[in-house]
Design a protein around this ligand. Sequence first.
Ligand SMILES: [Zn+2]
Length: 417
Amino acid sequence: MQWELRLVEKMKASLKPFGLIGVLLIATALMLAAGAFFITQQGNKAEIDIDILPLDPAALAAGEDVTVNFRVNDDNTPYSVVVLPDTQYYSEEYPEIYIAQTQWIVDNRAALNIRFVTHEGDIVDNDDQYKLEWQRADEAMQILDGEVPYGFLPGNHDMQPDGTANYYREYFPASRYESYDWWGGSFSDNKNNYQFFSGGGEDYIVIHLQFCPTDAAIDWANEVLAEYPDYRAIITTHAYLYESASRFERCIKNTDGTNNGLDMWAKMIRPNTNVFMVLAGHVPGVSQRVDEVDGRLIYQMLADYQAMENGGNGYLRILTFQPAEDAVQVQTYSPTLDEYMTDPENEFSLGLGITGGPQATGTVTVSAGEASCTAAVEQGSCTLTLPDSGETKLVAEYSGDNHYNPGTSRQVTITVK
Ligand SMILES: [Zn+2]
């Protein structure tokens, strides 16, 4: 009998105490499974999926030699992130376009393997003046709730000049998202927040920073980035690049201390070696720049279509991460027009040094009662003899360095009759 046991590194469950959920899932999976089934186990950081194929628990006989094959998943399936540039005019005048955007995301989530959605700010146009704009924004964003992980931030149009953001706080509080395992945390009434997603064995953190973030927000972001050094980090903020691709310089310095694009670059983006991408809107138009810091490439992109017809015609960006090609394809698409912008400023490819699938070293120990076998991950299999008890447990344990979380050890228990 041959089983295949696959170890896959996946999304982190942030720091929240969800570590035991996976154990509970096992029992559920066993009951639901006929043949192959899938087990998800989450720890505080690394998540390892163990997929045993084929598995028919009823067929396991006592005294039988069982060979368990294992391998590190080499999943090179492309996955994507959708960027929502300034939606302010949709909330103000064209709510159906905003809804078309988020509905399109949900409708295409599986086909495009959409892992995350990031909103660049200016959710609405008139800060706390018109509740209706927020109701419309909420209606559009609700379509994503429970469907696709997402993050957002307040642009200058979402806050009053002194930073007050009553409706933002009312409609998009952190409490709305804290039960999701992809939600990382927030700062200052959720004006700044972070999330996780994963793809192709890479793990990502996305930090959203309010328009012209305060010194305190920058300090907070630096702490978060330091806490997740092995995650590839994307920063989304509202104002960062001009259409010329030079960095935004116009934040008004107030008593809280605010940071423009130059400040963000110097204080946060450049120093944190995990940051590889910065996304922003605010300035109508598009631009991109790539800076190299000690061999690290940092891709920075402006995309804001609000100056076009109908408040932007619903154009959004699709970033398709292609592990096999070691590239990210950038596309610009309007769900309402069903059209792509194919000029070189709106459709291009970035080489991002995405490794082809996860890397892991270590051992797997499989045991059932007294019987056990251990082999290095690279060896790919080990054999044990099932004990002759009527019912036992099969334990598969990975121990080693799964690239992100050295020393991780996970265990799965399966009842065998
Ligand atoms: Zn703006």
